[in-house]
Design a binder for this molecule. Structure first.
Ligand code: PLP
Length: 548
């Protein structure tokens, strides 16, 4: 660990040229970081992320300067600052007791591979900047297509590397994947026809005039992801035209309500553009009845999209893939590799049942993306894109479908184990059972549960209000303590006459989360509940009053 790169009193050309080559002597802090990342990742994260209690406004103080610093800085000095100001206050998403969100641990090998990917700096927008990476990405999309649709070998031989076709699009995440799918749906519906040159050229207003519709609609359950609202907005259809269909007691779309709404919209000459099924809702992890949605989409001749951004990886499991039955009938399917496939963020995908569907959004330009070229950029929303597909490729090859099956099965079984733990504990209430590996629950002392069973609707309402306050308190305090983390969300369970119910939400995706950790989480929450001086005493009082 010797001399860092020389800082010049003025930024000299010579020293700037030098930052594009590896320095002879390593930067002290930087090389320690690099060593840790490759040799002691878990310890590095555990030991570097330390300043848990610091509130956000205090952290913001470290990021106040609005002027770009004029003078160059030592790499080591900068890295030192970074550790203190940024890394120390980061969120330990890889911790086995961080079970509140979809972001979890990563396999060790993606770190050096990511570094190589950054070093190669390939741009997937066109072949000229991504030879080898383009066919590799097409292969990844082909594999994911096969996972969903399972077409015969000949299908992939014919289409996977075909210049004017695509089996899917690789993008930054589920949001762009969903937008891409609905963009295709819109453009295919409002395609060129006689004099009309198609919506892509003439715009929505003229498309509606030509086709004589009063409007368009996209239908999804009320548990649909907010990215669909963004899609409806930027596609010019409007957020109000994204119609939320109510869900049943299991957080699955109410198919009767969906069918009625489709009939009603059609009668009003509002064209249903797409039906979106959710395969793994973000809040509760439930899957819509996809076959029934496919039937309705067929009946109304509209696009059927499945948002499996989070749940799609379940297809790797022979034991559980039946939960997503019907997904193979979708025109398009979104799957995020950065959720249950353990790839770092920035890895979303949408696959298309029909290899020519992406024609609807194809764009060609002379200097780049020439017709007949294999440039991926002609059929993607994004322009310049990194070679993230390489990390998906790596995980698919290194973990394999058998490996993923084990990981998925373990996650789902861990969720079932935790659900049982909650049900067996008389001071907790399971709110939604895990269909995949998300579940929701809350802390409800046994005496309160007993009183609630006999309460009238008004009393029940009061109990729920107090419980909501306590749930928030516990979740917040638990996060601040920093030992473990669950998220919280708001549901409207049928069991409580659809009253707003705040719940803990747990996503069990980290392979390193043990049963012991789950036991400890309940113990900790029980302990924190006793510290609540506001809602907890009132709850006990109310329960006592009703028992008397
Ligand atoms: C996460 C998620 C998205 C959005 O994906 P991003 O990668 O965050 O853009 C969309 N739909 C569902 C169901 C999701 O879980």
């Amino acid at each position: 660990m010797t001399e860092p790169i020389q800082r010049q009193a003025t930024a000299s050309e010579e020293s700037l040229i030098r930052i594009f080559t590896i320095p002879e002597a390593p930067d002290s802090t930087l090389s320690i970081i690099e060593q840790n990342l490759s040799q002691n990742l878990a310890g590095f994260l555990r030991n570097s992320i330390v300043a848990l209690e610091k509130p956000l406004w205090q952290i913001e103080r470290d990021f106040q300067a609005h002027q770009i610093p004029e003078m160059p800085e030592f790499v080591s000095d900068y890295a030192e600052q970074l550790m203190q100001k940024l890394v120390a206050h980061s969120v330990h998403t890889a911790s086995p007791s961080f079970i509140g969100h979809m972001t979890s641990a990563l396999p060790y090998f993606v770190l050096p591979l990511s570094k190589m990917m950054v070093g190669l700096n390939q741009n997937l927008v066109k072949i000229e900047t991504s030879k080898a990476f383009t066919p590799m990405e097409r292969q990844v999309l082909g594999m994911m297509h096969h996972l969903v649709y399972g077409e015969a070998d000949g299908f992939y031989k014919k289409w996977m590397h075909s210049a004017n076709h695509s089996l899917g699009a690789f993008c930054s995440g589920g949001t762009v994947a969903n937008i891409t799918a609905l963009w295709i749906a819109r453009n295919r519906l409002l395609k060129a026809d006689g004099e009309f040159r198609g919506i892509a050229r003439e715009g929505l207003f003229r498309a509606m005039q030509h086709y004589n519709y009063q409007g368009l609609a996209i239908l999804v359950s009320e548990r649909g992801h907010y990215s669909l609202g963004k899609a409806a907005d930027i596609l010019g259809i409007g957020r109000d035209a994204l119609i939320a269909i109510k869900t049943d007691a299991n957080n699955k779309i109410d198919v009767t309500e969906l069918a009625n709404t489709m009939a009603e919209l059609t009668a009003r000459n509002i064209r249903v553009m797409a039906v979106v099924g959710v395969a793994g809702t973000t809040e509760t992890g439930n899957v819509d009845p996809l076959h029934q949605l496919a039937d309705l989409a067929e009946q109304y001749q509209c696009h059927f999209h499945v948002d499996a951004a989070w749940g799609g990886a379940t297809l790797f499991s022979e034991r559980y893939r039946h939960l997503l039955a019907g997904i193979e009938r979708a025109d398009s399917v979104t799957i995020d590799a950065h959720k249950q496939m353990y790839v770092p963020m920035g890895a979303g995908m949408v696959v298309f049942k029909h290899p020519s569907d992406a024609h609807a959004i194809a764009h060609h330009a002379e200097y780049i993306l020439r017709k007949g070229s294999k440039d991926l950029g002609s059929q993607t929303l994004e322009g310049s894109r990194p070679g993230m597909a390489m990390l998906v490729h790596a995980c698919l090859q290194i973990i394999g479908s058998a490996g993923y099956q084990i990981l998925i099965d373990r996650s789902l079984e861990k969720a079932r184990y935790f659900a049982k733990l909650i049900m067996d504990n008389s001071d907790f209430e399971l709110i939604t059972e895990p269909e995949l590996c998300i579940l929701t629950y809350r802390y409800v002392p046994a005496s309160v549960q007993k009183a609630m069973a006999k309460a009238n609707p008004a009393q029940l309402q009061r109990f729920n209000e107090l419980l909501n306050g306590m749930t928030k308190f516990i979740q917040k305090r638990q996060r601040e303590e920093g030992k473990s983390f669950v998220s919280r969300t708001r549901l409207t369970p049928a069991k409580y006459q659809r009253q707003e119910t705040i719940v803990f939400r747990v996503v069990l995706a980290n392979p390193l989360t043990t049963e012991q950790i789950l036991h400890d989480v309940l113990l900790e929450q029980d302990h924190i509940a006793q510290l609540d001086k506001e809602f907890y005493p009132k709850l006990l009082q109310l329960a006592k009053k009703l028992a008397a």
